[in-house]
Design a protein around this ligand. Sequence first.
Ligand code: GTP
Ligand code: MG
Length: 196
Amino acid sequence: MSFINHMAKEINCKIVYYGPGLCGKTTNLQFIHERTKPDSKGKMITLATETERTLFFDFMPLDLGQVHGYKVRFHLYTVPGQVFYDASRKLILKGSDGIIFVADSQPGRLEADIESFENLDQNLSENDLHLAKLAHVIQYNKRDVPGAAPIEELRAAVNPNGAPEFEANAKSGQGVFETLKGLAKIVLPRLSKPGQ
Ligand SMILES: Nc1nc2c(ncn2[C@@H]2O[C@H](COP(=O)(O)OP(=O)(O)OP(=O)(O)O)[C@@H](O)[C@H]2O)c(=O)[nH]1
Ligand SMILES: [Mg+2]
């Protein structure tokens, strides 16, 4: 569902960072935002819930190349990872063109990774979508933490479709752009042609 602005010759592309609480989704966005030139990015927007708790979505357009002569404006969203924000997650997933699933490599977080991955599957199916058909990549984040879970273990848990995968340390920025570019490679050719 990519929205096309013919006047501005822009195709909009919505990408959602999904994963368990504290896995590093917001950190990914912050790094990308910091490293993007002021003239090619919008403001980071954070929505607060009625409980005033700063919650979830960060919005940031980022120009990354052209498709069919149109510029692509990426809209990056993060979901709130904590289990009880399911309604927000469902809402944010709507109309997404691609998903980056961020798994936490920290010891003791494997269950949370699995739970979040299953939750993604469930929320997509409620929107009549399926991960296997949707452009997606997996990011194994926090590779820097002592005793990080082996990649094979994480892969078996959250990459059943054999999606492209990336190791990252979002705090230092390592692997952050690689992950986004990896998804862009899959998403861009799938964006609908202007005029169709
Ligand atoms: N060591 C290490 N810490 C990280 C890494 N990425 C993120 N963190 C830290 O993990 C904590 C949580 O990061 P966030 O980006 O807020 O996590 P989140 O996924 O947005 O969490 P929710 O919004 O609650 O779902 C922060 O203290 C980050 O600095 C990483 O690669 N390595
Ligand atoms: Mg966050």
